[in-house]
Ligand binder design. Structure first.
Ligand code: G3H
Ligand code: 13P
Ligand code: ZN
Length: 317
């Protein structure tokens, strides 16, 4: 199977009451760990690449590595794993065009920090170019708090999606999926210690009532498992007060209209905890293969856990 768009994945996910995992990729070990888990679990997959990932690894390296993963899946597992390659948080027409021209099957245009009319205008421009090239578009309404690339949105500047805006936005832009803000945020510090993390399911319900059958996306959906934070801190790290979204709330969202759930920070935590522990146990080791091998397994295990326990998309490919 070639690299696919998310269209069919979302249709099946919506009807089936599960969500597709969208995991951020930056290098070979991350791509291998994620795809190995998806193959083993027979889960459809979205590999997403941020602007930062493109400048770290270069578009062509990531694209070739993903193509290698698709080929390897067919050869070693004997079946075609559907993989969608997505631009995460594209902030201009130019970056979206570059990713479309460079083989991605899905792009996000994130104009959520602009005015409603400017968000519509830019999203529409990207949709036109993308659809002419067989590529799908994710847009965003409402702003999440947290850090992505060099952009840092404070909790005070974040805002929930206004459900009354979504129908007009989708109709006027022609976007294929919509990311909404219901209380998730980027990074490992999503809530103040001592607060009770609660997503706004009332907004999600209202949005899905106004957009029946339309795929909704949740960003900032890492759960920041405390065992990994503790492992990092026990091995020379310093991440006090790191807190994420409770997994059962994400599972509930996946059963509703949410068809794509973005997870990056939890993979970073898994990899970092593993490498920190490795170096503590083996201070004399210096061959990167020695510590990247278990780190790749840590990514695989984290992704398998998400596919089964959070997204419910295992066995759907
Ligand atoms: O939403 C942000 C993702 O976690 C990607 O992070 O922009 O640092 O690559 P990045
Ligand atoms: P996390 O930081 O919660 O993993 O969110 C990732 C994300 O939304 C990527 O777009
Ligand atoms: Zn995001």
């Amino acid at each position: 199977m070639p690299i696919v768009t998310s269209k069919e994945m979302f249709e099946k996910a919506y009807k089936g009451g599960y969500a597709i995992g969208a995991f951020n990729v930056n290098n070979m070990e991350i791509i291998q760990g994620i795809t190995e888990a998806a193959i083993e679990q027979r889960a459809p997959l979205i590999l997403q690449v941020s602007k930062g990932a493109r400048s770290y690894a270069k578009h062509v390296y990531l694209m070739k590595l993903i193509e290698a993963a698709v080929e390897d899946a067919e050869q070693s597992a004997g079946f075609a794993l559907p993989i969608c390659v997505h631009l995460d948080h594209g902030d201009s027409f130019e970056i979206c065009k570059s990713c479309i021209d460079g083989g991605f099957t899905s792009v996000m245009i994130d104009a959520s920090s602009k005015s409603f009319e400017d968000n519509i205008a830019l999203t529409k421009q990207v949709v036109q170019y993308a659809h002419d090239h067989g590529v799908v578009v994710e847009a965003e309404l409402g702003t999440l708090a947290g850090v992505e690339d060099e952009v840092n949105v404070s909790a005070e500047d974040s805002s929930y999606t206004r459900a009354e805006d979504v129908q007009e936005f989708v109709e006027r832009t022609g976007c294929d999926s919509l990311a909404i803000a219901i209380g998730t945020s980027h990074g490992a510090y999503k809530f103040k210690p001592g607060t009770d993390p609660k997503l706004r399911f009332d907004i999600l319900e209202d949005v899905s009532r106004r957009l029946p059958g339309f795929p909704i996306v949740l960003h900032g959906s890492s759960s920041v498992p405390q065992e990994f934070v503790q492992k990092i801190n026990a091995n020379g790290g310093n991440m006090p007060g790191a807190i994420g979204i409770p997994e059962e709330q994400l599972r509930k969202a996946a059963e509703m209209a949410v068809c794509k759930i973005n997870i990056d920070s939890d993979l970073r935590l898994a990899m970092t905890a593993c490498i920190r522990e490795y170096f503590n146990a083996h201070p004399d080791h210096f061959d990167p293969r020695q510590y990247l091998k278990p780190a790749r397994v840590a990514i695989k295990d984290m992704v398998a856990h998400k596919l089964i326990n959070v997204l419910g998309c295992n066995g759907k490919a």
